[in-house]
Design a protein around this ligand. Sequence first.
Ligand code: C5P
Length: 208
Amino acid sequence: VDPVVVAVDGPAAAGKGTLARRLARELGLPYLDTGLLYRAVARRVLLAGGLPTDPGAAEAAARGLDLADLDRPDLRGAEVDQGASQVAAQPAVRAALLDFQRDFAARKGGVMDGRDIGTVVCPDARVKLFVTASPEARARRRWLERAGRGEVVVLEEVAAEMALRDARDAARDVAPMRPAEDALLLDTTEMDAEAAFREAWTLVQARL
Ligand code: C5P
């Protein structure tokens, strides 16, 4: 039998990461945060003094990506957020990262968190969740996360940056963020992490 793949897609700060990590632990599956791949590409471009919107620089960074790049401490800043979504809009970058993601899923299965897992990377995933929350709830979560790290952040700025990134991710021509036709929608606006997990667990169990 094919290894079990659970796709967890959705916009920024909807609670995908926390949920996907816990699902992976409970199901005994590997976890892959695919956003880290795009973040690492953007970080490489920025460190080399390039622009994430430059296709040549972005493709070279994607082809030269190394697994150690996924463990860097500086992948969660505001500049990398935008840069990741800029490199992610480029077909050559997505093509360069596709095999790694598919190989990961094919080896032992996994819970994969991203934007296009259910639609493009693993269209045959056993379970597809599309996790959302209101823009206000998501901005507040991201703001709390950043403030908790000691960053000086303004809620309105976090909200504006997130709206820009989500719009770019949803509007791009290649692998835009959208729920797969057979995705199960999970709106976590009124849920804490525990409630979101319980809801997701029920949905996942029904499909396994
Ligand atoms: O999930 P995270 O916010 O870390 O992703 C960073 C960016 O990487 C997203 O805004 C999106 O542009 C891109 N991404 C993507 N496809 C994925 C995962 C992330 O395009 N599967």
